[in-house]
Design a protein around this ligand. Sequence first.
Ligand SMILES: *Cc1c(COP(=O)(O)O)cnc(C)c1O
Length: 411
Amino acid sequence: MSASLLEVCAWDAEDPLREVAARFVRPEGLIYLDGNSLGAAPVDAYGRLEAAVAGEWAQGLVRSWNGADWIGAPARIGAKIAHLIGARPSEVVVADSTSVNLFKLLVAALQRQAPRGVILSEPGEFPTDLYVAQGVAATLPGVSLRLLPAEELVAAIGADVGVVMLTHVHYRTGARRDMAAITQRAREAGALVIWDLSHSAGAVQVDLAGARAELAVGCGYKYLNGGPGAPAYLYVAERRQAELSSPLTGWMGHDDPFEFGDVYRPAAGMDRFLVGTPPMLSMLALECGVDQFEGVDMAAVEAKARRLCSLFIERVEDRCGGHGLQLITPCAPARRGGHVSFTHPDAYAIMQALIERGVIGDFRGPDVLRCGFAPLYTRFEDVWRAVEVLAEVLNTDAWRDPRYQTRARVT
Ligand SMILES: *Cc1c(COP(=O)(O)O)cnc(C)c1O
């Protein structure tokens, strides 16, 4: 038998992160299980953005680049993110989107690795990652993308493979890869690995240094709560920074942008991966999101993520059996991240029915129901109640209503 409502409320009362939830806006009557698509808004975001607009922008104007240290934001926020992913402050910088950062790192890594021109990845990886790799392959002579299933991938890191590109936690299945083991195998075979941390940073414990990882990118608007379209970040281990140069050589990546010279000279350290002027309002919203991790022990985040996911799986198995839901997330807590997915042929309609009843998860085509459990603000009680709503939707066939069948532009 899975836990009762009384038991899970007791877990919430003893949760070491219980007070952190109050740092986020929790809309009335809503159970939000989609922090892995768009993180919740920090309560502080209102004040932070108001101060940024009314003070730093409206009054400070151009002086704020120095006066409010806007110019230092990419490195300053990068250092805060570094703390969450087991990196040194000087190894992470905030810039652009995950897609663009992946482009920069892929090209930089492949240029170092020439003539090893194969990018090795897996079918079914996050679309933008595969698309960017396809664009890189179409742009750089001698580069191609090879996709192999997870079971075969590690053994296939041969002498022609320059870069292995993988997500740490898979967006669809929630499976977590063994970062240390794969990084080591790649190193032995002479390849570099680019880890995409979009679905793991802030949700589980990530230890880039412990895994001896060298390159990574990640997203700011999911578990880091940076707001819609928040800037992303990239990580390069110190020992690799001088060897890699970005193909997008904009002025913010110059050694001295305000020298206004004609010739590009890459900055030392991570600044060389900057391109253009940072979008300051978005940067400050991201900083506010990242600041919500202040005082939070990432081991507690990891422990809570595991428990939230286990509770969801056990409750769904108890309450929603016989309706055709198939778990596609690994059962072993160490092998998954902070979200859980089930397939169902009518996943889209079921999710629409859930959303109308105040339980927000998401649908990932063609047939996946995905629920994310951001450990900072998801309570065990939320998980328990969400499964009750799911059971009601399935038991009453409520999802068959025609209004749940039409798809919106964003799913
Ligand atoms: C969310 C996500 C992205 C997002 O990329 P953007 O460029 O910010 O749109 C990229 N990769 C993965 C694995 C993601 O989960």
